[in-house]
Design a binder for this molecule. Sequence first.
Ligand SMILES: [Zn+2]
Length: 300
Amino acid sequence: MPLVSSTFMLQHAREHGYAVVAFNVHTLEMLQGVVEAAEEAQAPIILQSTVGTVKHLGPDYIAAAATVAANRSQVPIALHLDHCSDFNLIVQCIRAGYTSVMIDASHQPFEENVRQTAKVVEIAKAAGVNVEAELGKVGGVEDDIVVAEHEALMADPDDCARFIELTGVDTLAPAIGTAHGIYKGEPKIDFQRIERIAAKVEVPLVLHGGSGIPEAQVRQCVSLGMAKMNVATELRIVFSDAIKAVFAANPEENDPRKYMIPAKKALHAAAIEKMRLCGTIGRAKGGAYNDHNGYSKRSY
Ligand SMILES: [Zn+2]
């Protein structure tokens, strides 16, 4: 099927108590590795690229590769732009074929975040594209965005409700104590806060900083309303470690297929594990979405 907007798959996930995994990919092999895993798992999937990767590869190259993957596939696939604060780049990605975008103005005061998010929602809605926004600040490092731990601010549940009302945004990433990158100790997730936010807003919630959160905590987040889990750092590590292992055994290796294929395989296995953890395995099985105007009946 064609690339789909992530709105419907995430609403379905929130309603049914699971989360769709959004994988940050940087190369063709990474994209293929996670898509093949989703097909094996019969799971919906979101392919994500950071602004850095979009600048590195070009939005048209990424959208073309994701479109081929989706057209060949039986599972719903969305293509999402992660953490973007540049309106022009968001428009470029939508024009290239992205079906979901994140406007991240979380570093701005509330009213300015509302203004920038509403502006993106207006154009994205017209194109049938999902919009994600962030409230509060997720700590850690993502591309060249660095948020120190003491600067990370938790999202306020009343602000979340007001933000959605004012912007009409489809999905919300509230800062609840997770961080980008790999955690030094256990993450300090504020589960009560997730519960209070989920009670006030109906839109699917997004869990950023999904790498290295203990399994029980991921399950708890998902059960409380987190319907999308972003995984970036862990994938990069698995992929790179597999390549390093090839070169450790054979430092003279010079055929990219000889190290990319093992890396892709390692990624495949890691992706299946993440989908299992989020309860997304089997969710795209024939007819699984029919209780909610299945994809086949919708036009995107
Ligand atoms: Zn993030």
